[in-house]
Design a protein around this ligand. Structure first.
Ligand code: NAP
Length: 294
């Protein structure tokens, strides 16, 4: 199966490599074209533009940073729309809001193409290991056709019905995750300031009902102020923002998420946006940062 892949960031690169390792023919494109070189060495072909990838491949996946990137790759010059049509499928796996997804779905299907949104739960390592959780919605027949692709990328796929439901599910999940990361940050801070060992706090948490893989994975690195980006903080803050907007639309009061969003915004203002989202701990502590906001 020939698959196109647009967007070779932390996630897209790992996912495209995974497809190559599993015998798919992959044609890649990235806004910063030099990021395609490593994939070229691993057997991928390069498309000069999103349109040329769509022209070449029956199925094209996108993994882009945010709503504005997702829209730009579809609507701008040399974009997806220029070549989408009958017999072509577009699968957007970026985390966006349901309006963005619906806009893309509408134009793709109007031109005769098929569309699936399929954001993912799981980070860099699960992407490398093909252990993502895929939250698909849209064209059911297309979903069934691309199960072989999803089986390589993920450990489990959900089909959630109409376009928008995948985006919404992803935002709810990440809203919870962002709030949990803030709770852990405050806990680590409080333990330290009140004279407790932070490592002992992590050990105690690990043995109780609130144990979870995220605390286990991120906690020890946070104690060492070590934040290599697996999930960039700027994207977590984008997800909090989009989830809060979904809360606005549905009149759901979410004071915990709103407060967590403020901490992520603070962290961005301290220049921590490109670090892992666990760097929000630095904002909670009231330290860290450089001159560059992102
Ligand atoms: P990333 O490393 O920041 O990569 C972002 C990608 O989007 C890059 O390929 C970037 O191209 C491209 N891009 C940004 N703006 C663009 C524009 N205006 N036009 C075209 N391309 C543009 O992000 P990531 O961590 O891979 O995340 C990708 C998506 O997956 C995001 O929606 C994120 O929320 C979601 N996600 C991430 C994780 C994670 O743990 N990292 C987990 C689940 C979901 P350049 O290389 O040219 O900048």
């Amino acid at each position: 199966m020939e698959v196109g892949f647009l967007g070779l960031g932390i996630m897209g690169k790992a996912m495209a490599e995974n497809l190559l390792r599993n015998g798919f023919r992959v044609t890649v494109w990235n806004r910063t074209l030099s990021k395609c070189d490593e994939l070229l060495e691993k057997g991928a072909s390069i498309g000069e533009t999103p349109a040329s990838v769509i022209k070449k491949c029956k199925y094209t996946i996108a993994m882009l940073s945010d709503p504005s990137a997702a829209l730009s790759v579809v609507f701008d010059k040399d974009g997806v729309l220029e070549q989408i049509g009958n017999g072509k499928a577009y699968i957007d796996m970026s985390t966006v809001d349901s309006d963005t997804s619906s806009k893309i779905s509408e134009v793709v299907t109007k031109r005769g193409g098929c569309f699936l949104e399929a954001p993912v739960s799981g980070s860099k390592k699960p992407a490398e290991d093909g252990q993502l959780v895929i939250l698909a919605a849209g064209d059911k027949a297309l979903y069934e056709e691309v199960i072989p692709v999803f089986s390589v990328l993920g450990k489990k796929s959900f089909f959630l019905g109409e376009v928008g439901n995948g985006a919404k599910m992803k935002l709810v999940v990440n809203m919870i995750m962002g709030s949990m990361m803030n709770a852990l940050s405050e806990g680590l801070c409080l333990a330290d300031r009140s004279g407790l060992s932070q490592q002992t706090l992590l050990d105690v948490l690990e043995l109780g009902a609130v144990a979870n893989p995220m605390f286990k994975l991120k906690g020890p690195a946070m104690i060492k102020s070590n934040y290599p980006p697996a999930f960039p903080l700027k994207h977590q803050q984008k997800d909090m923002r989009l989830a809060l907007s979904l809360g606005d639309e549905n009149a759901v009061s979410m004071p915990v998420a709103a407060s967590a969003n403020e901490a992520f915004k603070k962290a961005r203002s301290l220049g921590l946006g490109d670090l892992d989202f666990s760097a929000v701990y630095e904002a909670v502590k009231g330290t860290g940062g450089s001159d560059h906001a992102s």
